[in-house]
Every structure is written in structure tokens, then in C-alpha cells.
Design a protein around this ligand. Structure first.
Ligand code: SF4
Ligand code: SF4
Length: 378
């Protein structure tokens, strides 16, 4: 049986690697979103590390400066910054941020007083040449900011190499996630989440890719072995806001109740693994196109999310959909109405919208709702 410890304890390996990287005098960039073009950051000799807050602890400190009505992800992210209690934030020399939702962009105005921060202006439409040109110009502005901090010029050759590398990582992770299409796959939703999340803490992509390939080989061998059994569980898709270690209560409850999360459409899941960057042509144009197509609810309209959901439901043979949104996340909460109609009316599948935060205060209430949903969906 495969050993997942490497992935479940990935942040510890990462801290050791980041320490080594810093001691060599090299730079680290904190990022908060999958719109951050990691290929460009790496091509400037800087390691991008995810700083998205997923735990309840730092929220009370953030609420001294931010309204309690903001989503927990924003408050946790800011709370870690003001209390300096996240080793990844401490390691970050610079922050790369984007104007996605309103709460995040106003939080960044406060955060820029703590660390040098570059805000990329993201258009909120994916349509038209003007939006693409604007975003592409933003990539060049980011390139300048990165150069100011690392002193390393982005060359076309290096950028192409980083694009190839990130495409390989995303595609290998995607292949691992696709193994969950087989009911004999041994990975639980919490394990899928740990593997998915590991990418955002990767310092050395080559060794990470090797570990992913090894894991895929082990999983494939297990699925093909005679002792692998069809788990026969209700197959759930999780969509909505990003989820990670510390904010996974819905995954945990669904699995304690005997269902299995077989795919996650959110940003910590497949949304960040699909859509390779075109390796031909102008690399800045290719990056701009790929990143602008990310189907986040901050885009309007946001047709890509419906398409991804439809495709994943088919591929992963999903029986029912849970849309998990954080309290205070207006865009995902509002989009939930459209996602619910699409799932129930067009795809004829059971749908449950859960709006919650990072606290454990509603766990029993959630358990009752999820249990009833699982029973109805069998
Ligand atoms: S949900 Fe949207 S804003 Fe949040 S990490 Fe994903 S892409 Fe970024
Ligand atoms: S979960 Fe929603 S409100 Fe929170 S940071 Fe992401 S998009 Fe913004």
C-alpha cells in the first residue's frame, strides 16, 4: 500500500526546503490565488508559495481591523500576516496579489503595509480582446516587480521552461486525481485534498514531480491488484470556495457518514490542474489566455464553471453535488443559485448548498443536513 505521509506532511518538507532556499539568498513570493502566474514568478528565480488562510485561529486578530462579515479565508490570511504566525508568510519576501473579490482587494491595501505587495488588476470578464490585453499588460508589470526584487531578468527560454514544467506538474496531478474515477481507487477525499494541496508548497518541482509519478504508479498497481475492491460508496463532487487542511470539516463529515468525495471542482482541487498553458507562440500571450480563463465566480459571466462541473460529473460518475461556500463570499454564494439550477434541472442530480465558516460551532447541524442529503441521494 502506498505511503501518503510525504504528501500529508508536505508543509514540513517545504519549510526545510524554503529555509535552504533563503539561506542561499534567494527570494520567495507569497501568493493567495490560482490567478497568480506561477510560471512567471519561477522564471524570475522566485519560489511561489500559497499563503491562503485555512484555519480559524488567526481570525480574531484579523477582526480587529477587518469587518467580521468578510469571508473566513480573507480574515485568516490577514490574521496570519498581522500576527506573523505562519512560517510561510514569514518566509515571503514579497506578495503577489490580484483584484479578484472586493474583500480580498481591500484587505491587500492593509497587507501592503506589512510586506512589498504587487496587485495585479484582473478583468472581471473573460470576453473580448480588451480584457486579454489588459491582463497581458499586467503580466509585464508583474515581471518588472519581480525583477526589482530578485534582480533576475525573465528570459523567453526560462519562461518556456517554467511553462513546460508547470504543465507537467498540473497534468501529473490531474492524472492522479483521475484515478478516483475508478470505484476501486483507495484515496479518500481528505487524502485527495492533501495531495492536491501539496503543489502549492513546492520548492523544487523536479523532485516533486518524481514523488507524484511514484504515487501514481503505486495507486495504479493497487487498483489493478486482486485485493482492490469496489468501495460502493455514494460518489460526491465538492464545488464552491477553496478548502484545505484546517477548513475541511464538510469533507470529514461526509466521509464519516460513509460517502466519498471523488472530485473537487474548487481552486484547491481540479480548477487549478486543468487547462495547460499553450507551449507554442508568445509565452506572455499564452499565460494571459490560460489564466484569464480560470472559472472563478469573480468573473461574470462565468460559463467555464458550468462546463467543468458537467465534465467532472461525467468523468467521475458523480451521484450528487455539494456546493460549499464561505459565509461572506458574495460571488460564490450568489452563483450557487445558478449552480443549483444547473445541477438539479439540467443534470438531474441531487444538490446541497452549505454556507458556513471555519469554526466547529455548526458541526452537528451540518452532520444532520449532510446525513439527510446522503440518504436522499442513495
Ligand atoms: S476562488 Fe477565485 S479568488 Fe479564490 S483562490 Fe480561487 S480563483 Fe482565486
Ligand atoms: S472565498 Fe470568496 S470572498 Fe473569500 S477570498 Fe475567495 S472569492 Fe473572495
Amino acid at each position: 500500500m502506498m505511503d501518503l505521509k510525504f504528501f500529508t506532511n508536505f508543509s514540513e518538507h517545504s519549510i526545510a526546503d524554503l529555509n535552504e532556499w533563503h539561506e542561499e539568498g534567494k527570494k520567495i513570493a507569497g501568493i493567495y490565488c490560482i490567478y497568480a502566474p506561477v510560471e512567471l514568478i519561477r522564471a524570475a528565480g522566485i519560489i511561489p508559495i500559497s499563503l491562503c488562510g485555512k484555519k480559524q485561529d488567526p481570525i480574531k486578530d484579523a477582526e480587529k481591523e477587518l469587518p467580521p462579515s468578510l469571508c473566513p479565508l480573507i480574515k485568516a490570511s490577514y490574521g496570519y500576516a498581522v500576527t506573523d504566525t505562519c512560517p510561510f508568510f514569514s518566509f515571503s519576501d514579497i506578495i503577489v496579489a490580484e483584484t479578484t473579490c472586493d474583500g480580498k482587494k481591500k484587505m491587500y491595501e492593509l497587507m501592503q503595509k506589512i510586506k512589498p505587495l504587487h496587485l495585479m488588476h484582473l478583468p472581471h470578464t473573460q470576453n473580448g480582446q480588451a480584457a486579454l490585453d489588459y491582463w497581458k499588460a499586467g503580466l509585464h508589470e508583474l515581471e518588472e516587480f519581480l525583477y526589482e526584487h530578485s534582480g533576475i531578468k525573465v528570459t523567453e527560454e526560462k519562461l518556456r521552461e517554467c511553462i513546460r514544467q508547470e504543465n507537467l506538474l498540473r497534468s501529473e496531478l490531474h492524472e492522479i486525481m483521475r484515478l478516483a474515477t475508478d470505484p476501486k481507487s483507495p484515496l479518500s477525499g481528505s487524502e485527495l485534498m492533501a495531495v492536491q494541496e501539496s503543489k502549492s508548497f513546492t520548492v523544487y518541482p523536479e523532485s516533486y514531480l518524481k514523488a507524484l509519478r511514484k504515487l501514481r504508479g503505486e495507486l495504479e498497481a493497487h487498483i489493478a491488484s486482486p485485493e482492490a475492491e469496489n468501495n460502493g460508496q455514494l460518489r460526491l463532487m465538492l464545488t464552491g470556495c477553496p478548502v484545505g487542511k484546517g477548513s475541511e470539516k464538510v469533507i470529514r463529515i461526509a466521509e464519516e457518514l460513509g460517502a466519498r468525495i471523488v472530485c473537487m471542482e474548487n481552486c484547491t482541487g481540479l480548477k487549478g490542474m486543468t487547462m495547460p498553458v499553450d507551449e507554442q507562440g508568445d509565452p506572455f500571450e499564452a499565460l494571459a489566455k490560460r489564466y484569464l480563463q480560470i472559472p472563478c465566480s469573480c468573473m461574470t459571466p462565468n460559463p467555464g464553471r458550468f462546463e467543468s462541473i458537467r465534465e467532472m460529473i461525467d468523468t467521475f460518475k458523480v451521484d450528487a453535488v455539494i456546493d460549499l461556500t464561505w459565509t461572506g463570499c458574495h460571488t460564490y454564494n450568489a452563483e450557487s443559485t445558478l449552480i443549483s439550477r444547473f445541477t438539479e434541472e439540467s443534470l438531474d442530480l441531487p444538490f446541497l448548498h452549505i454556507e458556513t465558516d471555519y469554526s466547529e460551532s455548526d458541526v452537528e447541524q451540518l452532520r444532520t443536513r449532510i446525513e439527510a442529503f446522503i440518504e436522499l441521494s442513495q
